[in-house]
Design a protein around this ligand. Structure first.
Ligand code: ARG
Ligand code: ZN
Length: 878
């Protein structure tokens, strides 16, 4: 039952307009009147095949005449009518049951409100329809409901009529912009409204309305400010103004993902709306700004110009993530933001690209579309856009995006349409570059260097290789933009003069963009009186794995001198990663890990700049490559050795920094009240990093600091910082702080998620019993994805020792709950199980245990299509 990209055909019929009435009661009745038109480019006389699931058909009328059973056929996935006139009106009436919809797709209940999620294919759970993005209609929606339970009734567009009678009322919304049904939204409930206005560059007033649970009104301030900042940014950078009079955002507590860009009516996971200083951390504030920006930017990249089919998902998502990331970097954290993105890409997307689920940024096939909202489509896709931005240059790129938006306004288009527009607009040849959309797998660059002292020539040979992935072998070389510079032996940037067959674009006198297009590229730098040190992949100019040619002393040198913050950070990460991998090897051989003194010196020297340097960057420099990233480097993963190596490295560095850690901690204490600006965020991040080392260096001292910090904190960043630092340490302080926190916050589910998350990632022998206890907590529910992700999700991604317990109990736990949750919510279960899919990479005993759990799931039967696809692909022969 997979669908293939190559099988795309235009629809036989279009729906130009839909007039629907949603009558909410015990169950919900949906009446839909569709204006249908035959697609003149398709043969006439084709059957009409409407999508529709989980609904009961009450009646169906064609041009005012009721159809009888003989005129149509209803099946589990929809409804067929054998033949239709070229133009007609079809009226259906169905009954759906939002109150028992636990999949959170279509119309469902979250707490006391009803809301929708239609992307990707949720609309077919609301009414019979052509549920595909190339069918675009104007929507008119009337909602009828009980007045006291559902005083607020929302849908896309503008309200045009309303009335009340007895204890019922109704309202009609009209959205003139034709849109695919995945952008439809409806909300009914008792919600508070927070309102503000934004005046666009051309002077139009837009009403900005946030709808939240009563009592949360004061927690929208940051989201509201972020929205205004995003609107201003899109005007300033892309010249794009908002196009309706109202922009609505509704905070929903049971939501499968982050948020949804429905036209004029965004629905948000409440964790990306609600914040105030006492309950939200710096990271929460940043995430809110990012997600608000992301959904807002979709109004053009996604809504005004939408997708032809779901294989094109990355067309809207990667461009929108790219725009979100540019916006976010402009809001203050700059290069550090970029480093965070790379860390995340390496932690989640590189592993996906090397897994049985590996797929190109534009997938060729899928069984369940919801499984393709992946780090590859989003994050790798954003890097692909970023590379085109690098190749074209900022001004030409922005101009080309503007041309694309104008040319395809109101249409449903493809990735090819986008790339071709960039090409035509800029005059750049992107033919070979398109391979980034079709070839899966992370390319690897291997660089060797040679210095000829007599000839005074420095030479680099760069080889690229794209690994095989399921269904794709023997790939072609890609067009990889590689940004580089050279430093001389005093650490000064060198004026570049490059001899090579490859195309080179100078970016400054000391920095160049080299276009790698061949399997092997040679770069010669003449007139180098001494051997320079090369700084490669500046700004992470391409999403590749890079084997640096440098020896350790070069890396130490780059950590001290590189002018590019990313490459400087990455040189440090490479040093740490190599040290961790040596330790891992030692542990597997039964030896004690040993580390160079130089490593300790370089990193303690960094700590000593804690007062002066960019503190946010310093925090990143001091943070170790995570366990998952270390494991990612290994052909065969032994989790014990990985965890042991990580701990040994941390312990060693903590020892090298020694008493300086305490001085640094004291010096980084807050000077005044909580402020959320880049400088203060940097200071707090660095302090947190220092505490992490302190936990290894002097646990007793740390416990004292945590106690004080928790006690004095006027903000959630410092409060959670204290709990996080002490999380893995035994002793009373930890228990007391966690207990106090629970007392203080038990009413606030978003804050309690942090408490749950920390405990599920804690390293302790009784972790599985602890998880079961957490799930007994009154705040927990298997039906709320945020709670499930805080307990089970966090355990699967951030508790390597717990998940990989050698008795297999961690895997069994995951499989048990995956099956349980799959009965309720297939999108959620499919995400949880992904921690098992790379079983082939593990040492034999774990491999066996993981595989056994996957097989148990497979044999359980009655799986959601989501879970079925992930499990069967991961068990398939390679
Ligand atoms: N379009 C939404 C966003 O990126 C995400 C929708 C995810 N949908 C899903 N079924 N997983 O903002
Ligand atoms: Zn998106």
């Amino acid at each position: 039952q997979p669908k293939y990209r190559k099988d795309y055909t235009a629809p036989d019929y279009f729906i130009r307009h839909i007039d629907m009435t949603v009558d909410i009661g015990e169950t919900t009745e949906v009446e839909a009147l569709l204006d249908i038109e035959r697609n003149p480019d398709r043969p006439s006389g084709q059957p009409l095949q409407l999508d529709g699931e989980n609904m009961k058909l009450l009646s169906i009328e064609l041009d005012g005449k009721f159809l009888t059973e003989a005129d149509f056929e209803v099946h589990a996935k929809g409804l067929n009518i054998p033949s239709l006139p070229d133009r007609c009106q079809l009226r259906t009436r169905v009954v759906i049951d939002p109150h028992n919809n636990t999949a959170l797709e279509g119309l469902y209940r979250s707490g006391d409100i009803l809301c929708t999620q239609c992307e990707a294919e949720g609309f077919r759970h609301i009414t019979y329809y052509l549920d595909r993005p190339d069918v675009m209609a104007s929507f008119r929606t009337t909602i009828k409901a009980d007045r006291s339970t559902y005083p607020v009734l929302l849908s896309n567009g503008n309200p045009i009529a309303e009335d009340a009678e007895g204890d019922r009322h109704w309202i009609t919304w009209d959205d003139p912009h034709p849109k695919p049904c995945y952008l439809f939204a409806l909300v009914a409930g008792d919600l508070a409204r927070v309102e503000d206005t934004y005046t666009t560059a051309s002077g139009r007033d837009v009403a900005l309305r946030f709808y939240v649970d009563h009592g949360n009104e004061s927690r929208c301030t940051h989201a509201m400010q972020s929205l205004k900042a995003a609107m201003a940014w899109d005007e300033r950078v892309y010249g794009l103004e908002y196009d309706l009079d109202v922009y609505m955002v509704v905070a929903v507590s049971a939501f499968n993902m982050g948020a949804m860009e429905n036209k004029g009516l965004n629905l948000f996971n409440d964790r990306f709306v609600l914040a105030d200083d006492t309950s939200a951390t710096d990271e929460d504030y940043i995430h809110i700004e990012d997600v608000i920006g992301h959904e807002y930017f979709h109004n053009y990249t996604g809504n005004r110009v939408t997708l032809r089919d779901w294989f094109q998902l990355s067309l809207k998502e990667s461009l929108t993530v790219f725009r979100e990331q540019s916006f976010s970097a402009d809001q203050g954290l700059g290069a550090v933001k970029r480093i965070g993105e790379v860390r995340q890409l390496r932690r989640v997307q590189f592993p996906e690209d090397a897994s049985p689920m590996a797929h190109p940024v534009r997938p060729e096939s899928y069984i369940e579309m919801n499984n393709f909202y992946t780090p590859t489509v989003y994050e790798k896709g954003a890097q692909v856009i970023g590379m085109m931005h690098t190749i074209l240059g900022d001004a030409a790129f922005v101009h080309a995006v503007q041309e694309y938006l104008e040319k395809f306004d109101g249409q449903a288009v493809t990735i090819e349409d986008f790339v071709a527009t960039l090409e035509q607009s800029s005059g750049q040849d992107l033919q070979q570059f398109r391979l980034w959309y079709s070839q899966a797998g992370t390319p690897r660059l291997t660089v060797t260097e040679h210095y000829d002292a007599d000839a005074q020539v420095y030479e680099l040979v760069i080889k690229q290789h794209v690994p095989d992935t399921p269904g794709q072998k023997n790939k072609q070389p890609m067009h990889i933009p590689l940004v580089l510079g050279l430093l001389d032996d005093s650490g000064q940037p060198v004026s570049l003069d490059i001899e090579t067959a490859a195309e080179v674009t100078p970016q400054s006198p000391t920095q160049a963009l080299v276009h790698l297009r061949e399997t092997e590229t040679t770069l010669r730098f003449p007139n180098r009186p001494s051997r320079p040190v090369v700084s490669l992949l500046r700004g992470f100019s391409a999403p590749v794995k890079l084997d640096l040619p440098h020896d350790k002393s070069d890396l130490h040198f780059l950590v001290r001198h590189d002018v590019d913050p990313f490459s400087r950070w990455d040189a440090g990460q490479t040093l740490l990663l190599r040290a961790a991998l040596e330790a891992e090897q030692a542990l597997r051989a039964g030896n004690a890990p040993a580390f160079d003194e130089a490593l300790g010196e370089t990193f303690s020297a960094l700590l000593e700049t804690a007062g002066s340097d960019d503190q946010a960057l310093l925090a990143e420099m001091l943070a170790l490559p995570g366990e998952t990233y270390i494991a990612e480097q290994l052909d065969v993963v032994d989790p014990d050795a990985v965890v042991g190596a990580y701990q040994a490295l941390r312990q060693y560095l903590a020892g090298a920094m020694g008493e300086h850690l305490k001085a640094a901690y004291e010096a980084l204490r807050p000077g005044g009240a909580y402020r959320i600006d880049a400088g203060s965020i940097g200071r707090r991040r660095l302090q947190r990093q220092v505490m992490d080392y302190l936990a290894a260096y002097d646990p007793d001292a740390l416990a004292g600091y945590c106690w004080q910090q928790y006690d004095k904190a006027d903000n959630m960043t410092d409060t959670i910082g204290a709990l996080a630092a002490i999380n893995d340490l035994p002793g009373d302080t930890r228990e007391q702080l966690f207990a106090d926190f629970e007392q203080r916050w038990r009413e606030n589910h978003l804050v309690m998620d942090k408490w749950l998350r920390l405990q599920s990632t804690a390293r302790r022998d009784d972790i599985l019993e602890r998880l079961e206890q957490l799930m007994q907590h009154p705040i927990f529910s298997l039906r709320n994805p945020n709670r499930v992700r805080a307990v089970i999700g966090a355990f699967t991604v951030d508790n390597m020792p717990g998940l990989h317990r050698i008795d297999g109990s961690g895997y069994r736990f995951v499989a048990d709950y995956t099956l349980k949750i799959d009965q309720l919510n297939g999108q959620l279960s499919a995400r949880l199980v992904s921690c098992l899919t790379r079983w082939r990479r593990y040492e034999p005993q774990r491999r066996q245990l993981m595989r056994a759990e996957l097989e148990r799931i497979q044999q359980a039967g009655n799986l959601s299509s989501n879970l079925y696809e992930i499990v069967s692909k991961s068990l398939a022969e390679e």
